[in-house]
Structures are given as C-alpha cells and as structure tokens.
Design a protein around this ligand. Structure first.
Ligand SMILES: [Zn+2]
Length: 506
C-alpha cells in the first residue's frame, strides 16, 4: 500500500477558523457527513479546547460519523489533550492531533522555551495522548523554518513514545516545492524510526504554492496530505483537496499514487461548503470553479465537440459535474422529485421532501424548466435550514431612475406581525433598513454576491451575503427568480442566524 496517499481533511478546523467561514454545529455535521461520502480518510473536526462550539462539534461528529477517522486538535498541554479526548472518545476511530512549534523564532518569541524544553514537552504530551488512544499525530508547527537536525531529533523522539503520524506543516506558506520536497526527503533519510509513522504535510497558500508543495512532499516520501475543500483556511488558505486529489488522479501514470476519494463527489462537496458558509469560489478556480470546464474560445469549442480530449485533461463528470439537463417541470409529481433527489445523492425525510416539493411547485410556477442546480438549491435551503424566527410575509418595493427607492416589508415572528416602510439607496437597501428596525438587529453588510444558478433569463438568482454583527460574521443565502426578493430573503436568513446564535445555541 506504499502508493496510497491518505487524505486528512481539515475544512472543519483550519478552514472553519478563517474569517467568514464559521459554521454552526449542525452545519459542521452536514459537512462531515458529505466528507465521509467523499471518502476522505480523516476528518479534523475542530479544536475542542478553543470554544464550547468547537467541543460540541467534535463530539457530535465523533458520535455521528463512523466511516472516517475523526481528529481533534490540542496543544501539547494536558488540559488540551484531556479536552480533545473528552470529545473524541465517542469516535469509532479517534485521533488526537497535538502540536508544538519547533522553529527558533516561535520558541524564542512566542513560547519562551529552549529547544530542550520543547523536546521534553513534545515527548511528555505525545506519551500522555498515547495513554488515552492508539492514534496520535504530532505536528511540528513552523517546521519549514526549523533547524532540520533539531526537527529530525523531535520527530524521532515522538515516534519513540508512540506517535503514529508526523505532520510537517509549512505554517506560514513560505516554502517552495524543491525546498519542501528536500526537507521531506531529509526526514525520510535521517529519522531512523520514520517507517513506524505516516509522514504528513500541511501547506499554506500564502505564495500560491500549497498544492505544489504538497505534491513535491508526496514525491519525496510523505503519505498523508492535509487539505481543505475549496482550499479554505487561515489567510490565503490551505492546499485545496480537490486539486491535490485530481492531480494524483489525472497524472497517475507519472506520479504513481492513489487516494480513497470518490472524485465524483467533489463538486457537490464544494457546492455544499459554498451553501453553508455563503462564500463562493472564484469562477476560474481549478476543478470546481464555474469556468473550470467552460471552453470559450471558438477554436477550443470546435476541438472539444470533435473529441473532448483535445482540450480536456479530465472530464467534468469525473468530479461530479453533470450536464445541466432539463429534468423536471410543472407537472412532475412528488415521486419524480424524490427519485431525482435520490439520484443526486440526497435522502430526504418525508417532511423534508414535503418542504422541497412545495418549494419546487412554487418555482415551477415561475420558471418553465427546472434543472439539477435548482433542485440542489432548494434542497440545501430546506434541509440545512436554521429556524426561521422571522418569516417574510410580504415585500413591496418601488424604485426607478426618478424615484427615491422605498420598501414596505411585512414580517411574522410566531404570532406577531410587523410592518415597516423605509427608504434607501436602492430597493434592497430600503428593505434591509425596514428589517433592521423591526428585528432590532443592527448589522453591517460586508459581502454580497449574486449568481445565476442555471441558464436562461428566468434562471434562479442565488444571493450569498455576509453580515457583521457585534464582531461576528454571519452568512445568508436565498434563491429566487426575483433578485430583489432573493436579496431580502438572504439578508433575513442571515438575521435569523444572528437571532439563533444569540439564543445561546452553538
Ligand atoms: Zn494550518
């Protein structure tokens, strides 16, 4: 199995801790289940001691996701490791991931530890973690800027006390492939007991080299890659899972490695993350961007029509992108809808199906042709919904080149009904102001994007927004054939998220 590369997904830990990507516990569960479906080997579900919400998420992922190894992060401190274990002990296959910086710059300026003290701390805590569970990973934070002789000494020592995987992170995204590959090669050659552990890498993308560095590492002996969906993560992000996996697959003849990932789940996993966080990937993003398989130049199109291999190094189907084909219309029944959802990989409960069916009928009244993309948008709306504390009952807007934009909004909250009119810079702004005054939530809009879900002038417009409220960031999304309505619904969705969070639920 020496050519097997293990995929360690850290979307829910490194990815989620990046600004704008926070998820609720329920959303993390949804994502974890999809990652299990995708076939990653390990899911790092969070950093349990960091917050109550992180602890809860790791615990629930450990309880509910049994097809992958579940990891939780801990500093090399007993209380961190205990807290991680408290959450991880429910997992079928747990892993404690403990880390300590090893570079002089971190030891001197951040931790005020000597090299010997850090070495002792690593040994002591790996030994302790190992007393709790079989699989323990040790990360030498800022490994790239660590003296390599010292790095090898630490690695050998922690393997001696039971570490089963050793992670070599490029924490600050500083390395380049030839250098990073040679660090990995040196570790393989100099650490005598290295074959007792799996060598892992974790690269950041500050110079745009996270994926390239990860591949260089694999070519030099690393057998685990830590990565995230859509490449999300601290600062410029982590190595992108879909890119790493598709490089290994597309260039298998040259590289000679394989992963356990079911690549046809890649696109849906990427879309799910976008839906949950409200953060879209750029159109030209490799593998999962909207343009990744779009051939625009006439000469390319002509070639692809004759034989796709002329300009296509991999097929859209291999990552799970289907031809957007007409599937259902106004007269399709509940049964047809259920069947299509199950083909798309959704297993909806009766109640979820009912909600989806109502939304589908509603949409079919406004729009002739319903595509897979529409159905996914509906399902994600209906299935991963947070409680709708405020429901939009009526929206009326007035705008035009010679008018002051005004909006009248009616909201229902339980039994109570509110109505308010407001003016603004545009109809959406006016409606949001009316919502602010009724809900008493005062938020700042920080991000707004609108995309057509499918083709045609009657396509669903999907609005993704982010708002900031008391130093936290919240996502909102909604889809409608009317973009003003979609924008207002997305805003209200984010407001409902604020209200839900404030009730003390994680
Ligand atoms: Zn990281």
């Amino acid at each position: 199995m020496d050519n097997r590369i293990f995929i360690f997904d850290t979307t829910l830990r490194d990815g989620e801790q990046a600004p704008g990507f926070s998820m609720t516990v329920d959303q993390k569960i949804r994502m974890a289940k999809q990652l299990e479906h995708l076939g990653v080997d390990t899911i790092e579900a969070g950093f349990p001691i960091a917050s109550e919400g992180d602890f809860e998420a790791v615990k629930r992922v450990a309880k509910e996701v049994k097809g992958c190894r579940i990891a939780g992060l801990a500093r090399t401190k007993k209380e961190d490791i205990d807290r991680a274990w408290e959450a991880l002990k429910y997992a079928k296959n747990p892993l404690i991931h403990t880390f300590l910086a090893t570079s002089d710059i971190h030891l001197e300026h951040k931790l005020q530890l000597s090299r010997q003290q850090a070495l002792d701390m690593a040994i002591q805590n790996v030994r302790y973690a190992k007393s709790l569970t079989e699989y323990v990973e040790f990360s030498a934070e800022d490994a790239v800027r660590t003296d390599v002789a010292y790095l090898c000494q630490v690695i050998e020592a922690v393997i001696d006390v039971g570490a089963t995987s050793i992670n070599v992170p490029d924490t600050v995204g500083y390395s380049i492939p030839v250098e990073f590959g040679s660090i990995i090669r040196t570790i393989v050659e100099r650490v005598p007991n290295i074959n007792k552990a799996i060598l892992s890498v974790h690269c950041h993308n500050d110079l745009g080299l996270a994926v390239a560095n990860s591949i260089a590492a694999v070519q030099n002996g690393a057998r685990q890659v830590e990565c995230t969906i859509n490449g999300i993560g601290e600062r410029a992000g982590n190595a992108s899972l879909e890119e790493v996996v598709m490089i290994l697959r597309t260039r298998k003849e040259l590289l000679g490695f394989e992963t356990g990932v079911n690549t046809t789940e890649i696109y849906r996993t990427s879309q799910l993350l976008t839906h949950l966080t409200g953060m879209a990937v750029q159109r030209n993003k490799a593998i999962v961007g909207a343009n990744a398989f779009a051939h625009e130049a006439g000469i390319h199109q002509a070639g692809v029509i004759k034989d796709a291999r002329t300009y296509e190094i991999m097929t859209p189907q291999s990552v799970g992108i289907r031809e957007s084909s007409l599937v259902l219309g106004k007269h399709s029944g509940r049964h047809a809808l259920e069947k299509r959802y199950s083909e798309l990989g959704y297993s909806l409960t009766r109640e979820e199906l009912n909600r989806a069916y109502d939304a589908f009928k509603n949409l079919a009244d406004k729009k002739k042709e319903i595509y897979d993309g529409d159905l996914i948008a509906i399902a994600e709306d209906k299935v991963t919904e947070i409680p709708e504390t405020y429901v939009l009952e009526n929206l009326q807007v007035n705008s035009g080149t010679q008018l002051t934009p005004t909006a009248t909004v009616r909201l229902r909250c339980g039994e109570k009904v509110f109505e308010e009119s407001s003016i603004g810079d545009g109809p959406v702004d006016a409606a949001c102001k009316a919502i602010d005054s009724m809900t008493q939530v005062h938020a700042k809009l920080t991000d707004y994007s609108i995309n057509a879900v499918t083709k045609g002038k009657d396509a669903l417009g999907e609005v993704l927004i982010r708002i900031e409220c008391e130093d936290s960031s919240y996502a909102g999304r909604a889809a409608s054939t009317d973009i003003v309505e979609a924008s207002v619904q997305a805003y209200l969705n984010a407001i409902n998220r604020v209200v839900y969070q404030k009730k003390g639920k994680p």
